[in-house]
Design a protein around this ligand. Sequence first.
Ligand code: CAA
Length: 247
Amino acid sequence: MTQRVALVTGAMGGLGTAICQELAKAGHKVVAAYHPQFDNKDEWVKEMEAAGFKDFIPVAGDVSDIASVQAMVAEAEAKAGQIDILVNNAGITRDKMFAKMEKDQWDAVIATNLTSLFNVTKQCSAKMAERGWGRIINISSVNGVKGQAGQTNYSAAKAGVIGFTKALAQELAAKGVTVNAIAPGYVATKMVMAIKPEILQTIVDSVPMKRLAKPEEIGFACAFLSSDLSGFTTGATLNINGGLYYQ
Ligand code: CAA
């Protein structure tokens, strides 16, 4: 199997960690991009080494800031080589009912969850097209597909991720570069565990499978969408939500 270089943003979060691990298990060299203000980088690297993942290459960058991303991708290329697989995974929540939502909560979520796709993909997609092979995987959300009260900012950004994916897929289809989205449901990560327990219980009760997703159930889908055999899959949104919602 050809070893490819994968860049994963938000790599040190719950979902990002599982994505890095599944891509490494698929044989890829993984660059783990993290926010410069994330304090636990060394701890994360040690934890990964203890779990048998000794070759992750950490690089810092703020995905909402294009200058920071340019420097981050240049560092990634210098350390690992050209990026063949990009997973746009970094994301935040600032949940509030719209009536109470402040402009900074709107702006932060749009910048980190949507404008980041412009910033990071811009550094990688043209070079993938020139080389005639690439995989771009954008992490959306079930709440971008169905909408969620308390998340006008997040639902708008994650729906935008799907629109971006479908448009870029058409632009790159003839160049050997696929562009797909994954729309996870509620996954057992810190982000979801931050929801008030009584609200989370109602959400879990509404999932036909009556459970949260395991992060690796999303990570494995990234490994599939990064493979050579996924080469005819493009512009797709893969719903992985335990039956919670389908279009
Ligand atoms: N639909 C419509 N109205 C709702 C509602 C719903 N689902 N849930 C609550 N409300 C209403 C209540 O009835 C109440 O109305 P009244 O004021 O008229 O009585 C009002 O909203 C309560 O609003 P508050 O602002 O006072 O509520 P709050 O501050 O306690 O909580 C919230 C607001 C933080 C958004 C909370 O409702 C919440 O956490 N909701 C869950 C949001 C969610 O699912 N987030 C997902 C995070 S994880 C993630 O995003 C990952 C992923 O991709 C899936």
